[in-house]
Every structure is written in C-alpha cells, then in structure tokens.
Design a protein. Sequence first.
Length: 293
Amino acid sequence: MKITPLAFESMGVRSMATFIETDHKILIDPGTSLGAKRFGLPPWETEFNALHETRAAIQKHALLADIVTISHYHHDHFTPFSLGRFLDSSPKYAEDIYQDKKLFLKNPEKNINKNQMTRARNLLKNLKDLNSDITYSDGNSFQEGNTEIRFSNALPHGSKGNKLGFLVTITIRYKNETVMHASDVQGPIYNGNKNYILKESPDILILSGPPLYLLGFALSKKDIDQAKINLTHLCREIPKVVVDHHLLRDLHCFEFIKSVQDETENKLMVASELVGKEPNLLEARRKEFYLEK
C-alpha cells in the first residue's frame, strides 16, 4: 500500500486526511480546518497558507479517489458544503470530494450527538444529486476488489462518556499488509479503544494522540497518563505507529513522544515524517507569530 498524509497538525492544520492506494484509491477523512481561537488569538497568516495548501491537496486526491470514508462529523474530518469563515469552502469544492464516489459514512442516526447529527443530515441532503453510492459503515466489512475494508462499531471520541460523541475507525487490508486509521481516539485514552486496535493487529497505525493543551480543562492528568500507557502498549505490539492530530496542538508533544519512544523499541513518528518532512506546528506556535509581529 502507498500511504500519503494530506493534512495533519504536523502539516500546519487541524486534520487527519489520508490517501491510501491499493487496487483502489481511498480518501480518508477529507476535512481540514483551523482553530478559531488559541491563546485568545485568531489564526496567523501562515496557518491560512497551510489551510489553502492542504485543501488543494485534498481536492487533488479526491479527484483521483474512487472511495471516500468519513469517521465522524467534525469539520476537521469531513468537508460540508457550507463552512465558517476559517474553513473557506464552496459547493464546488465539496462536489469534487464526493461526486461519483463510493462513500462509507459514520451512521448519522445512531451513536451520534445532536451537533454531528445535524451536520450529517445537511451533508446527506447535499449529496442527493451527486451520484454518490452511500453506505453507513459502522461495524461493517467490505471487499472491494482485492482490498478488504473494515470499520469498527461506534467508539468513544477520546474518553468514555465524553460529550464529543463517537467515531468509527477504518482498517484496510491488501496484499498481506494492514493499515489502520483511528481518528480521534486521543491517545487512546479509553482502554476499549486500545483493545480494539490491538485486535485488528495493524502493521501500520495512524491515530490521534491526547490533547495535551486541554489538560486541566477537558482532560485530567489521569487521562493523559492513561493515554501514554495505552500508546506505549500499542507501540510495543505494532511495527509502525504514526501519532498526530490533537497531540501536536501543544509544543510539549515532542516530550510526550520521546517519553513513549524511551520505553519502547518503536520509532514513533508524526504524519509529516511519512513523506520525509519536518513537522510544521503552526497552531501550537500561534502566540509566537503574534509576538514576533
């Protein structure tokens, strides 16, 4: 399989958009956005540049893709037809992503909070005239040519019982290789999410790390410690682990990554390193840009 990260925090935006090539071309979580406020400040110019670059990459690969998957309905994981001021979308851009595609979508009616349910319903309304083949993916497996695609049941977005809702992970098997994309498991914090990942036994795992920047607000130190324990366990069992997204919204992320590396033989990496690029953290450095102004 060929794996191409298109948009991640290590590439300057909020996203986990990934393009995977087997005998099919699969676009996972085609959304990219910016944090409207960090440190009480709006996005800096470099963040908007990264947003436009990653949006162009998603659009380019969407035109190549025959399969598109959406793990849940947060704007950094899918593209609606109308977005807010920091998301800069248009109906034509969304059409390029979804038109004539086989779409595997998180179920919009079950295991979903009201906010995401509304977004999902709006998306489905706009997909009606785009010749899209829509399937709800939760807990299902599909054989597409020589590619097997498996989706988890709805799993917690981060810790169990939180208000952010649920997501589905995607596991892709092709020619004796297995790749798993586990979007907002945030560590994983929840042991149930860790156990499911281990059960899938991927050769390559791409997942969100814990949101260190929310420590003391939405997350406790116990949550962060549990995420480290679980990620360390995964790194001992899985040959290649790519951690990114929420974790990289805080400059202390590299200390966290090194602490896991020191306890395992796994070369834990961030998404940009898959394509030989140094991580480019922009939201985490937003205050620096304003101070340097």
